[in-house]
Design a binder for this molecule. Structure first.
Ligand SMILES: Cc1cc2nc3c(=O)[nH]c(=O)nc-3n(C[C@H](O)[C@H](O)[C@H](O)COP(=O)(O)O)c2cc1C
Length: 333
């Protein structure tokens, strides 16, 4: 059985990647992930605010820095974060030395600026590729969707200018015209997309008058949103596609690949069940493929994509109209 795939120009021995998470903070866990079959390992993100904070340290915060200073005042203090910029680079070197599979570094930020120079340092430290996570909420009434997209495109161009290795952009699903934006990202030099960021969803503590910051791990119900966009984008973009969010079983992985993914990233399932769970999922995928008569992952990829559908939007509307007709009143209702 040939599970190998190409993602971001890298030859991976199978489609299973350990996604960005604290798992890679521990070298023993990193080795366990590789032993369990992880084909690549994404490191936790280094945040723009961590870098700019370090760059601002020692400088008097002058008037032009005020908005940055305010933004930083919400951000966790360096002591509360496991790794500053230098430690993040050191972690890349250590993980690189500990495993043979590709190591993908991650930068997380929203604006173009000097902080993006860390991309090059990450490559020099041994990253085989870089994930640029553009986690952000559009809260500014004066900034249009087009401006936000332009800013992200400029970030990708700036990062590409620093790097030889490929860049994947980790996006949220909340763009008005995702297919158009993806085209712009591709033109800017993105080599891949990681679909999608999961948004942290705060709840409210109405007695304590506070925000509840609870970490909810995902389950497979989050996958269909990814499947939809993988299926729409496969065949409409040349960049590599990775699914993140809701990959918990071999069946989830098969669905993502059939929708068009080159790779799938797992985090919540591994955090919940441990690194060795990856081996079980990989083995189950292999068994399922054998049962179904597939010999290679490449034979399945895109089998359920909308690459040949001339009008995915019309198809979506038709599905929507049909699904609404399936509701039936329960007996005794
Ligand atoms: C504890 C934790 C830490 C994470 N840290 C990062 C991070 O540093 N950078 C990043 O891009 N994503 C991070 N993520 C998001 C995951 O990489 C992944 O995209 C998300 O959890 C969805 O995948 P899943 O359903 O397999 O969990 C983190 C997720 C969790 C649960």
């Amino acid at each position: 059985m040939n599970l190998s795939t190409r993602y971001l120009g890298l030859r991976l021995k199978n489609p299973f990647i350990a996604g960005a998470s604290p798992m890679a903070d521990d070298l023993d866990t990193v080795r366990r992930l590789e032993d369990a079959g992880a084909a690549a390992i994404v490191l936790p993100s280094l945040f723009e605010e961590q870098i700019t904070r370090e760059q601002l340290a020692g400088l008097a915060l002058e008037a032009h820095c005020e908005s940055t200073a305010e933004a930083l005042s919400y951000f966790p203090a360096a002591a509360d974060l496991p790794h500053g910029p230098d430690e993040a680079l050191e972690r890349i070197r250590k993980v690189r030395a500990a495993v043979e599979v590709p190591v993908i570094a991650s930068l997380n930020g929203t604006s173009e600026g000097g902080w993006l120079r860390y991309a090059r340092l990450m490559e020099e430290a041994g990253a085989s590729a870089l994930e640029l996570n553009v986690y952000a909420l559009a809260t500014d009434p004066l900034e249009s969707g087009e401006e936000i997209e332009r800013r992200t495109v400029a970030m990708v161009q700036a990062v590409k200018a620093e790097l030889e290795v490929p860049v994947a952009v980790k996006l949220s699903p909340f763009y008005t015209a995702l297919a158009h934006f993806v085209r712009d990202l591709e033109r800017a030099g993105a080599g891949g997309l990681v679909l999608f960021n999961r948004f942290y969803q705060p709840d409210l503590d109405v007695e304590g008058l506070d925000v509840e910051r609870t970490l909810h791990l995902s389950d497979s119900t989050e996958l269909p949103l990814r499947l939809r966009w993988l299926a729409i984008l496969a065949g409409r973009t040349k960049v590599s596609l990775a699914a993140t969010g809701g990959i918990h079983t071999a069946r989830d992985a098969v669905k993502a690949v059939m929708a068009g993914a080159h790779a799938v990233q797992m985090v919540s399932a591994l955090l919940r069940r441990g690194p060795e769970y990856l081996r079980l999922v990989r083995d189950e995928m292999e068994s399922w493929m054998a049962e179904q008569g597939y010999e290679e992952v490449e034979q399945m990829r895109g089998a359920l994509s909308l690459a040949r559908c001339p009008d995915p939007a019309a198809y979506e509307r038709a599905n929507y109209a049909q699904i609404l007709q399936t509701w039936r009143a329960p007996a005794g209702w």
